[in-house]
Design a protein around this ligand. Structure first.
Ligand code: NAI
Length: 411
């Protein structure tokens, strides 16, 4: 499909229309640069829009509705057993037909097609995709087992924040195996029999489907990079400078191909920097806090340094933590399991990292990202009047916790 005039020359060619590419192209056009964008797919938006962030959040919304309806019983409101019309649910999140056919082994793209709801689903990898889609399928009625190679799920976030999420998932999932190693998988009775080692034992289990969510590789193959001066490192990332310019001065790289974290919002920011650099502005990608959010229920969000990273880097730090059991709003919502945690530099008191687990953590983390980018001190958050009753107060209270003065928290 060609939109606009097809020309053989252009001032800026943007290859790939994901949240990095289309943002860069729009920005460049706004800056007066004649821009052409090319994408193999029929619509712009990339993995994020077509088979990633957006369709998965649409399905999570459905799974959370089912879960919230079940939990409403504790508040005195009972609903009947949910009747799930798979056709309609599929329609709710659908975008153009995705292309990868589902078999016993599916990836996140095939999982989002929602062809059926397997009775038993094995999820290999307990990261972003495994936990989010695991919760979607559990919500729709699958018995879900997560098999994770590391000693814990969501290993990018601090362990104390993952704990409330893990506790919830343990109730929703059939099993979670950590420190696990897949040994083999073979077809059995229309499904697959997985053999894996975990907890000092060998397990042999049959599943109807297996979702593989063990991380993504940057998609830098087959675009002719070898004919340029771009340098691709051992992990497949294209090396870039602070303006996202590659070793081939006329080529910029943004998004997943330019390095971790492979997140849409990081790609968009890089796209803007690259477009402005191309327009001759003195800009740099100088970001301290790219929020990571796992959109499970409860959500898990963090930005800046985790406590584990601060410890490993030898930073002298202080922590302020506020358990949501002391938040009136969280109690009123029936969601007291959350925790808000602030990590600040022990000497300067500057906030260097924030982690939140709980409902809407993915929205709350934006205030934390601003605090880190602005070089705010914990006291700045503590002295900012937050609306009451709101979950945002937990950031203020966690900041007060850095000084041991949180009023609503028993010592
Ligand atoms: P991930 O890196 O989040 O998680 C992969 C998990 O698989 C890790 O915990 C890893 O230890 C585990 N693993 C690796 N090899 C394994 C093996 N052989 N056996 C068992 N476990 C193994 O990657 P994921 O979940 O596949 O997501 C891919 C990308 O998509 C991520 O980089 C993320 O940035 C992006 N994404 C972001 C979302 C969000 O922002 N909410 C949602 C979904 C995806």
């Amino acid at each position: 499909m060609v939109v606009g005039e097809l020309t053989e020359s252009t001032d800026l060619l943007v290859l790939g229309g994901g949240p990095g590419g289309y943002v860069a192209a729009f920005k460049a056009a706004d800056l007066g640069i004649q821009t052409t964008i090319i994408d193999a797919a029929p619509i712009l938006g990339g993995v994020c829009l077509r088979e990633g962030c957006i369709p998965s959040k649409a399905l999570l919304h459905v799974a959370h509705l089912v879960q919230h309806a079940a939990e409403a019983k504790d508040l005195g409101v009972s609903f009947g057993e949910p009747k799930i019309d798979l056709e309609k649910v599929r329609g709710w999140k659908q975008l153009p037909e995705a292309l990868i056919p589902a078999s016993c082994c599916i990836d996140s793209t095939a999982a989002l097609e929602l062809k059926d709801v397997p009775k038993r689903l094995a999820v290999i990898g307990g990261g972003y995709i495994g936990l989010e889609l695991g919760q979607v399928y559990a919500g729709l009625g699958s018995k879900v087992t997560v098999i994770e190679a590391l000693e814990r799920i969501a290993a990018g976030a601090d362990e104390d924040l993952v704990r409330p999420l893990a506790a919830k998932l343990k109730k929703q999932f059939e099993a979670i195996f950590t420190g696990a190693k897949i040994e083999s998988g073979k077809p059995k009775n229309g499904g697959v029999e997985l053999t894996f080692a975990a907890g000092g034992q060998t397990h042999k289990e049959r599943y109807d489907k297996v979702l593989i969510s063990v991380g993504r590789r940057p998609n830098s193959d087959n675009i002719g990079i070898e004919h340029t001066k771009c340098v691709v490192n051992a992990r497949g990332f294209i090396e870039v400078d602070a303006q996202r310019r590659t070793a081939d001065k006329k080529i910029f790289a943004i998004g997943d191909v330019a390095g971790d974290p492979m997140l849409a919002h990081k790609a968009s920011r890089e796209g803007i920097v690259a477009a402005e650099a191309i327009a001759g502005h003195a800009v740099a990608y100088d970001v301290r806090a790219v929020p990571g959010v796992v959109y499970t229920s409860p959500e898990l969000a963090w930005c800046g340094m985790t406590e584990a990273e601060a410890k490993a880097a030898g930073v002298e730090y202080k922590v302020g933590k506020f358990p949501w059991g002391a938040s009136g709003r969280a109690i009123a919502m029936g969601k007291p399991e959350g925790v808000t945690k602030i990590i600040c530099d022990a000497r300067s008191q500057r906030v260097i990292g924030v982690g939140i687990v709980g409902e809407h953590a993915g929205d709350l983390i934006a205030e934390a990202a601003l605090a880190i980018e602005m070089g705010a001190e914990a006291e700045d958050l503590a002295l900012t009047v937050h609306p009451h009753p709101s979950i945002s107060e937990t950031l203020m209270e966690a900041a007060e916790g850095v000084f041991g003065t949180a009023i609503h928290q028993a010592k």
